[in-house]
Design a protein around this ligand. Sequence first.
Ligand code: SF4
Length: 121
Amino acid sequence: MKYRIRAHHGMCFSFFQGKGYSGEFTENMWKMKERLAQNPEVVLLCRTDDVCAHCPNNHQGVCESVEKVADYDRQVLSLCGLKENDVLRWRDFEALVQQHILAAGRRESVCGGCEWNELCK
Ligand code: SF4
């Protein structure tokens, strides 16, 4: 099974604490965390993914903050030396995000404008 993951969600999973946009969204996040813990292949996207699929802000496949979140995705890919539609193992992607963004202190420069920013400090 290959999961569809938009690139900035590579950061969100590191900080997820059970809070989210709706009960359905949060339940799906826990399920996705379990699935990703099995280290499946993921295809990296700058559009709606398997997380967005259960989000109330997803309107017929388009996030209501489409420009803002696609910019987060593009920044994550660029900082990690990746491109859209790259396929890799989840843990390899997670390690790149950790190395190039989180441990490097770059997270807030990417997504500091997100409404969940305070949870990720
Ligand atoms: S807010 Fe947008 S990018 Fe975030 S999970 Fe919902 S639809 Fe996806």
